[in-house]
Design a protein around this ligand. Structure first.
Ligand code: SF4
Length: 470
């Protein structure tokens, strides 16, 4: 399962802003690995560099050296709307009638096609097939005397999930959709301000966490300081998968550090699905904390059964079929001498399509593991996501097609236990009402159309792609 992007913005004088954004994006790499980009303004001119690949591949020293200014935004992309190609890399620059903005988006807009059709009729042109460009143009097309008014007007029209960082020539703006589906937080650095998808990115650049940006809030930063414009209080729908898998365990969302929440998922799993075993392991990295939690609650020792090669990026793996078939083997190496002959509890974060888990089980079997007992930190995923996660069709979802015993057999495990929804909510320790739980329950926070296509905008006419530009 892949999330739809990491976003980062800085307003600060007297520091190397491009490098700061580079390291912020580096800390958010887990949220998107297809492309990366940075746009910077010096008060009169916006410069941008975007490229496919990981943050470390996307920028050279000379790329960063050319991005001079005191306001900047950055983006890591995983595509949930529009395919993975250079033209869809962000930030996006949009211009109209003397107005210019750069925008980076995390989320998914459900009514993007309709809005894009309208904007086309009004003469707006599009250079990408992503829904983010629809947001950018809609802001330019919206009425209002200020950027904040235009953005508020745009928010009335958008349906879906969007955390945004927006840069004008002299302003940095953070926006979170009224449901608060994706996280966004505010911090300070060297007399300046930072906006980031997750607080872990603030820690890495030496910034101080100030607070989370509220659902429906617009935060605008310029030479006069920070202004907040709170919005309407819609039904909240924070994606619970941020707690299970997407966000880093050292991030704080809704006032909760994720690491203990993940540990609690493992502890509750141990109560709900106990088993006689010799060792516990978590599939690295996202299930490590839950594995340790299972070990604490069960009294069974924890081990690192699989070592992860953290430097294998998706971009290297995907293009070549033969290499792709090596799959998990490129990523994980089992500690055979430790796990061979053992009854092993394997804690994992989730099962979506069921493509990776059987390979992990197979790898462990080959390493001589006697029994594999799978414990999953989420309930079965039976419904697609339309709010920024790449699982948009029901037929792709293993639990939508098979019963739990069938899934156990398909995965090749000796036993299988999914954390209950109640158990998950207890582990996160926040009110159930604030979460989107739709992929477990089918109860979507807003009306959705089944079978929506993440490439829906792909078939629409496009202008010349804009890659690296001034
Ligand atoms: S449907 Fe699932 S993955 Fe999508 S936003 Fe809701 S909880 Fe998150």
């Amino acid at each position: 399962m892949h999330e739809s992007c990491g976003i980062f913005g800085v307003y600060a004088h007297r520091i190397d802003i491009a490098r700061l954004i580079f390291f912020g994006l580096f800390a958010l790499q887990h949220r998107g690995q297809e492309s990366a980009g940075i746009a910077v303004s010096n008060g009169s001119e916006i410069k941008i560099h975007t490229s496919m690949g990981l943050v470390s591949q996307a920028f050279t020293e000379s790329d960063l050296a050319q991005l001079k200014g005191y306001i900047g935004i950055g983006h890591n992309r995983y595509s949930t709307a529009g395919s993975s190609k250079p033209a869809n890399a962000q930030p996006i620059i949009a211009k109209s009638e003397g107005l210019t903005l750069a925008l980076a988006h995390n989320g998914n807009i459900l009514n993007a096609k309709l809005l894009r059709d309208e904007l086309h009729v009004d003469g707006y042109s599009f250079h990408t097939s992503s829904d983010s460009e629809v947001i950018a143009n809609l802001i330019l097309a919206s009425p209002g005397k200020s950027w904040e008014e235009r953005i508020r007007h745009t928010m009335y029209r958008l349906q879906g999930a969007y955390s945004l960082v927006i840069m004008t020539q002299n302003k940095l703006i953070g926006v979170r959709d009224p449901m608060g589906v994706r996280p966004l937080c505010l911090g300070t650095v060297d007399n300046g301000w930072v906006i980031a998808s997750e607080s872990c990115a603030l820690d890495h650049i030496g910034a101080q966490f100030t607070r989370e940006i509220k659902p429906g809030e617009i935060v605008a930063i310029n030479a006069d300081g920070v202004k907040s414009f709170e919005g309407e209080n819609d039904k909240k729908a924070l994606c619970i998968f941020e707690y299970i898998y997407f966000a880093r365990p050292d991030s704080i969302i809704q006032g909760k550090l994720l690491y203990p929440a993940r540990q609690a998922m493992g502890e509750i799993l141990a109560q709900e699905y106990p088993v006689d075993a010799d060792l516990i392991m978590g599939v690295p990295d996202s299930a490590t904390a839950a594995g340790i939690g299972y070990s604490h609650a069960s009294g069974i020792p924890y081990c690192e059964g699989l070592l992860k090669n953290r430097y294998v990026g998706r971009t290297f793996i995907e293009p070549d079929q033969r290499i792709r078939e090596l799959g998990v083997q490129l990523k994980f190496n089992p500690l055979t001498r430790i796990i061979s002959g053992k009854r092993l509890v394997v804690v994992d974060d989730s099962i979506v399509r069921g493509t990776t888990t059987p390979r992990v089980v197979n790898l462990l079997r080959k390493a001589g593991v006697k029994e594999v007992h799978l414990r999953i930190c989420a309930p079965p995923i039976r419904h697609p996501c339309f709010l920024g996660v790449d699982m948009a069709t029901e037929w792709e979802l293993l639990a939508a097609r098979k019963t739990i015993p069938e899934i156990r057999d398909y995965l090749g495990a000796d036993s299988l236990g999914y954390l209950s929804l109640d158990g998950l909510i207890r582990a996160v320790d926040l009110p159930r009402e604030i979460f989107c739980l739709a992929c477990f329950t089918g109860d979507y926070p807003i009306p959705v159309q089944m079978g929506m296509d993440k490439l829906a905008l792909e078939t629409m006419p496009e202008e010349e792609p804009v890659g690296s530009q001034k």
